[in-house]
Structure formats: C-alpha cells, structure tokens
Design a protein. Structure first.
Length: 86
C-alpha cells in the first residue's frame, strides 16, 4: 500500500483471503461447538475487513486482521499437543 503497488496489493490481499478461507473450510460446522461457530464468524469478519482494506487501501485494517490472526494462532499453539521429546 505504501509503495502504491496496486497490483501487488490486490494479489497479496487476495492470497490472505484465500488462506483465511482455507482455514474456514477446515472447520467442522456440522459438529459445531460454540467456539467453532464463533471462529467461523471471526474468519468471515477477517475476510470482509481484508476486502475493505483492498478497496480503501487502509493499512490499519490489514494490521487489525494480522493481529486477529496472531491471536488465533496463539490459541491453536496453546492447545497443540507437545512434539516429540529428543
């Protein structure tokens, strides 16, 4: 955004939306716990914010989504089983 690289911005944001869409597709909504439904809504929100950031070229929206993704990753890291002990 800062470099005014419109094609690069669109490509990068589209890739980010694709990644979040992939995360969303991995959710088991048929056996939906409340947290899975909430995570689904969060992913939808993040994709909308990325689309808005693409239209408005607002880096603050990108920062917001990056922060949300970090929080989700920390949550997954917190419940991941420990790796092998060597």
């Amino acid at each position: 955004i800062e470099r005014k690289d419109i094609p690069g911005k669109c490509t990068s944001i589209s890739k980010a939306i694709g990644i979040i869409s992939g995360l969303r597709e991995g959710l088991d909504l048929d056996n939906c716990a409340d947290t899975v439904g909430e995570l689904d809504q969060l992913y939808i929100y993040m994709m909308k914010r990325l689309a808005e950031a693409n239209i408005s070229s607002d880096p603050k929206m990108l920062d917001e989504v990056a922060g949300l993704l970090r929080t989700v990753k920390e949550g997954w890291d917190g419940i991941a089983p420990p790796g092998p002990q060597f």
